[in-house]
Design a protein around this ligand. Structure first.
Ligand code: FES
Ligand code: FES
Length: 157
């Protein structure tokens, strides 16, 4: 089947999508968008989080055919050209990236959190990120990055 949808602001079509293909697979293997990571493929880790019609979703749990006519924004779509999004920059500046496997999902979730709740409490941050698992850190640097991003929120698009 052919799937046509908007991804990171551009209209795209992908041919020969098979029924069981996930959105994550289509993005990574067919569309040159490997930012979303495939860590568990079971909806458990959040590494594959993207925006689907403006709402975060695990792309490993979305069938590629389901996005026909819809809008997807991936972690690649957070940056403005060569300029990192302030959330991305905050993760770099806070040293919140080790292997980086969890990072794309955390970036999208943090971006969404600050969009919904500009001044989140500690509990709201922990709840928002509770579905995103990091295998590398004790999460402190990640929380530092989120607070840094909150400080810089006026620049987030
Ligand atoms: S790869 Fe999708 S939730 Fe883990
Ligand atoms: S930085 Fe390695 S899984 Fe989070």
């Amino acid at each position: 089947m052919r799937v046509s949808f908007q991804v990171n602001g551009a209209q795209e079509s992908v041919d020969d999508v098979w029924e069981g293909e996930s959105l994550l697979y289509m993005l990574r293997e067919r569309m040159g968008l490997p930012g979303s990571k495939n860590a568990c493929e079971q909806g458990e880790c959040g590494s594959c989080t993207i925006y689907l019609d403006g709402i975060p979703a695990c792309s490993c749990l979305v069938a590629a055919g389901q996005v026909h006519g819809r809008s997807v924004r991936t972690v690649e779509g957070l940056a403005q050209g060569d300029m990192l999004d302030p959330v991305q920059q905050a993760f770099v500046d806070a040293g919140a990236v080790q292997c980086g496997f969890c990072t794309p999902g955390l970036l999208v979730q943090t971006h969404d959190l600050i969009d919904r709740i500009p001044d989140p409490s500690d509990v709201e941050i922990r709840e928002a990120l509770s579905g995103n698992l990091c295998r590398c850190t004790g999460y402190e640097k990640i929380l530092d990055a989120v607070y840094l991003a909150v400080e810089r929120k006026d620049a987030i698009k």
